[in-house]
Ligand binder design. Structure first.
Ligand SMILES: Cc1cc2nc3c(=O)[nH]c(=O)nc-3n(C[C@H](O)[C@H](O)[C@H](O)COP(=O)(O)OP(=O)(O)OC[C@H]3O[C@@H](n4cnc5c(N)ncnc54)[C@H](O)[C@@H]3O)c2cc1C
Length: 352
């Protein structure tokens, strides 16, 4: 797979991209017409019942497209935030409650939920077959990929107990909960350094635990760490155990060279050690991904494979947040409808 970006770089290129999206249908014969007479289980199948997938389902079902949402769970990563405060228009609530509202809305318009893990997607050209690990096989005319990503964790004692009780994988989301407290950020990449810098404005003290003796991030970013004043970098060290009562109280760090251990008293712990992207289900489709295995899509959520759209955290879109995934899901739903029917855009949505 290549890592070529299809993001337009000039206003002119952007305008062209809007008129001729990467995987867009031909203007004369819509794929729906080309597939007439063939039998498919669904018009649209969506992989993932997180913010992106469930929002896409709201849009496709309201366009009267028979829609199935296949997912391992309902809610995805948003379930992991005990208090989502930045979803516009709703009071702070548990992420799982917000996601149940998404599900209720999508199913109220007719979306079917199919619980299970997708193992392989095949291009039937036209249409797609989605094979679930439990043996179910479902076909569709168009596919929306919204399977998100899974934050990497350390796998150390105490981690599972205190996830959501002091341990988080998202500084942007949960950082403000630790105003004036001491926290640890774990990791050595750009997101760990940026996370530590962001927390230095919120927390009293920030420990940045890095298993190596230097950072790979650019020098300017690393310099900012030194200037911050309240960041202590703990080099050559790994976290070995998280301890606490109802909430995190300390983390044990071990020097990988001397093997010396010490407990850092903290209230919050941010794991900024990357994400696991499992795209093995897409093998053989020729789908373009970047070096992080994120799916390359354009501003209308087209991928390079006609009939496959992608939205949310599984894509190259920056700022991975629930509201952003929801917005991207809406775009993917509208674009899939446009692909299948040749409809010209959202204006039709008001014609009820
Ligand atoms: C701890 C934490 C706290 C966060 N807090 C906030 C916050 O406060 N505010 C905010 O805006 N954002 C927050 N985020 C980020 C936000 O949760 C994500 O950006 C958002 O959930 C992405 O939505 P998504 O639908 O793109 O993907 P996901 O939420 O990852 O959903 C993907 C779905 O796909 C399913 N899936 C994956 N693989 C398969 C497969 N092979 N077969 C079938 N189904 C599959 C999963 O089960 C899941 O249901 C937080 C993230 C974390 C980890």
């Amino acid at each position: 797979m290549t890592s070529t970006s299809i993001t337009p770089t000039t206003p002119a290129a952007a305008a062209t991209a809007v008129q001729a999206p990467v995987g867009a249908a031909s203007a004369t014969v819509s794929p729906n017409a080309a597939m007439a007479g063939q039998s498919f289980d669904y018009d649209i199948l969506i992989i993932g019942a997180g913010a992106a997938g469930l929002t896409a389902a709201v849009y496709t079902t309201r366009k009267k497209l028979k829609t199935g949402v296949i997912s391992i769970d309902v809610g995805g990563q948003t379930n992991l935030t005990s208090n989502i405060e930045n979803y516009p228009g709703v009071d702070a609530m548990h992420g799982a409650m917000l996601m149940q509202a998404f599900l209720k809305q999508a199913t109220s318009f007719g979306a079917s939920l199919v619980m299970g893990k997708v193992g392989k997607v095949e291009n039937l050209n036209p249409g797609f077959r989605v094979n679930l690990k439990d043996g179910q096989k479902l076909t569709c005319k168009a596919l929306i990929l919204a399977f998100g990503k899974v934050p990497r964790t350390l796998g150390i004692p105490g981690e599972d107990n205190y996830f959501g009780k002091g341990i988080s994988t998202c500084v942007t989301c949960d950082g403000p909960l630790f105003n004036g407290k001491d926290v640890v950020v774990v990791g050595g990449g750009n997101s760990a350094i940026e996370g530590a810098l962001e927390m230095s404005h919120i927390a009293k003290k920030v420990y940045l635990v890095h298993r190596r003796d230097k950072f790979t991030a650019d020098a300017v970013t690393v310099d900012k760490l030194k200037k911050a004043g309240n960041i202590e970098v703990v080099y050559n060290s790994v976290c070995t155990e998280v301890k606490g009562d109802r909430f995190v109280r300390s983390v044990t760090v071990e020097d990988v060279i001397t093997k010396a251990k010490r407990d850092l008293p903290i209230s919050g712990m941010f794991l900024e050690i990357g994400f696991i992207m499992d795209i093995s289900m897409l093998d053989g489709l020729g789908l373009q991904v970047n070096e992080k295995k994120e799916i390359v899509n354009d501003m209308r959520c087209n991928t390079n494979v006609p009939g496959i759209f992608a939205a949310g955290d599984c894509t190259i879109i920056p700022y991975k947040q629930t509201v952003i995934s929801a917005g991207e899901g809406a775009k993917a739903g509208l674009e899939a409808h446009r692909y299948l029917t040749g409809a010209k855009g959202i204006s039709l949505d008001w014609d009820h």
